[in-house]
Ligand binder design. Sequence first.
Ligand SMILES: O=P(O)(O)OC[C@H]1O[C@H](O)[C@H](O)[C@@H](O)[C@@H]1O
Length: 513
Amino acid sequence: MSDTERCKSMMVEFDGILLDYSRQIANLDTLNKLYNLAEAAHLKEKINRMFNGERINSTENRPVLHIALRAPRDSVINSDGKNVVPDVWQVLDKIRDFSERVRSGAWVGDTGKVLKDVIAIGIGGSFLGPLFVHTSLQTDPEAIEFARGRQLRFLANVDPIDVARNIAGLNPETTLVVVVSKTFTTAETMLNARTLREWISAALGPQAVAKHMVAVSTNLTLVEKFGIDPNNAFAFWDWVGGRYSVCSAVGVLPLSLQYGFSVVEKFLKGASSIDQHFYSAPFEKNLPVLLGLLSVWNVSFLGYPARAILPYSQALEKFAPHIQQVSMESNGKGVSIDGVPLPYETGEIDFGEPGTNGQHSFYQLIHQGRVIPCDFIGTVKSQQPVYLKDALAYGKTAEQLLKENVPHPLIPHKTFSGNRPSLSLLLPSLNAYNIGQLLAIYEHRIAVEGFVWGINSFDQWGVELGKSLATQVRKQLHASRKKGEPVEGFNFSTTTMLKRYLEESADDVPKED
Ligand SMILES: O=P(O)(O)OC[C@H]1O[C@H](O)[C@H](O)[C@@H](O)[C@@H]1O
């Protein structure tokens, strides 16, 4: 088969997006084998079970329905016999109404000033997705118009530096704080929420909290306990995983405050378009399915554990950090969905930077060091060339170098072996709709990988363990500082570190930890 024919047979287009996977180490025979693998793994049934609202997140006994967050108002998506779409739209309508009131100045701060700045507090899934979408929209011509005079900032890290950076230059009188936490128990988020509550109360008095703080959570009881009026809380549901929550109030509220609901609605529509495609397109034309199967091929069959996400658009600079969580928290698992240790490794090590910055950073390793399958993401409108894939695929031989009169000792250094897999996704432009499409393509690709690997992509017991260990450490530090209790119950290494930290920080104790 000629290269042209090969390329033609390995390009798929849907809704303006072009996928070219001809630079993978795979041919049509490989693809056929992957379709057989998908069949053996019951991929189609698993996708259907997800869309039907079955409790596919079996270790937490929950459905996985982030697709319902962007479903059209008149669609029906049942979970336990109940259509969840009206609930979704009830919250979306509430966000539209609230964000319009804040933006128009109908809802003002405690001293009567318009709330033009927003700080969204959250971490992990309550942070990375909204940050990615915000960063992408920030330079979109339509979104710029709607955001004039407004600022949106994100506070995630528990390091006080992050608080200092976030409040720098902001006036509590004109700032609205959105506390975003699915559980409303995450230590970092709650500490930052208390800090900003104090920032507002100290400046304006405790009564101001009602006008300057709102929340997004599945746990409305804890929101109220914290002191936020339940009328100013925006709900979502336990069938939305944190890392899949950007299309819920988690992302929609802060983004609507900044850009207006109409722009954010376009983002939801883009994601919904991919949802329909994922559900109904045959595998050989199905973007997320093809991407997922090729990832499984690269990881499990060719043994390439990493993947570089390389958008040729600075606007997508926070895309790789978001996908890192979605992918690695979903698929970094050691046992099958039935709890049996896996005889193969799952998950990919995702990393990335916008090209061209990455080219001047880590591309050397990709060209001549380790083999790292690359996703090049381009946009037609920004006219960024996606030229590197050919250098990776074809390489450069010693013969070519000899012809170019390259001195002998340099030939091994200048030789590129080639045959390094990459693929390209070309978006027509990068507006809110396209950003929604891109998000959903990756979300579903990751689900496909997990379905084929036979794991539960929708729990995260590893992080839960980390959370409970962190709580244990916090309690110990508190007890030792306040009551002088000895460090107990940790291994030697941790005990040594804790003791050392307590000794060295004795003069520097924060009032609250
Ligand atoms: O939204 P929250 O409940 O505050 O959780 C924030 C994050 O906490 C942990 O890190 C979980 O593993 C993440 O999936 C989650 O997004």
